[in-house]
Design a protein around this ligand. Structure first.
Ligand code: AMP
Length: 188
């Protein structure tokens, strides 16, 4: 099963994506997690990504696309994968289409986790305090939400037109949201 998981920053996306991928028995591929790991390890990729992440901007498509292409061709992705935080731009959608086409594969479902935006701001501020993420100061966080609205929200329409989109309410207890996700993804 090949799943794309979308939603604004702070929607609880990473947590739910990891839980859903575990339940489906497929790798959880979070581009944000991969970038953060590279920053922590001081790799060349990390150096390229950090300035963008700290500013709440997207890492350039060429860098991100190459990273995903490399990751989804690993053996563990043969039964499928869950992409969390990718694609995020029109260019990335086109690139993912090309990657899948060349592998003779297709997406099964695109999940949009929907949330109340005020609640998102509260969650992001709390996460900044809990985890000390350098990209979660209030200004950066507001900018991340703007970038999402401008560049990523329009992709939801694209996937909806392709008949791939399902929307799931991301509000409420973690377990309840996971159960809702399982229910809609399994039927797809
Ligand atoms: P996330 O943990 O998914 O919120 O991602 C954290 C940060 O990593 C983002 O704010 C971007 O700077 C970068 N990032 C993650 N995924 C992408 C992507 N698909 N395209 C560009 N930048 C990304």
């Amino acid at each position: 099963m090949r799943v794309v998981f979308m939603g604004p920053p702070g929607a609880g996306k990473g947590t739910q994506a990891a839980l859903l991928a575990a339940r489906l028995g497929i790798p959880h591929i979070s581009t944000g997690d991969i970038f953060r790991a590279n920053v922590a390890q001081g790799t060349e990729l990390g150096k390229q990504a950090q300035q963008y992440m700290d500013a709440g901007e997207y890492v350039p498509d060429t860098v991100t696309n190459a990273m995903v292409r490399d990751r989804i061709t690993h053996e563990d992705c043969r039964p499928g994968f869950l992409l969390d935080g990718y694609p995020r731009t029109v260019e990335q959608v086109a690139e993912l289409d090309a990657m899948l086409r060349s592998a003779g594969q297709k997406l099964d479902v695109v999940v949009e986790l929907t949330v109340d935006i005020d609640e998102v701001v509260t969650r992001l501020v709390k996460r900044a305090q809990d985890q000390g993420r350098s990209d979660d100061t209030e200004d950066v966080m507001r900018h991340r939400l703007e970038v999402y609205a401008e560049q990523t929200a329009p992709l939801i329409e694209t996937y909806s037109e392709r008949g791939l989109l399902v929307r799931v309410d991301g509000m409420g207890a973690i377990e309840d949201v996971t159960e809702r996700l399982i229910a809609v993804v399994i039927v797809n």
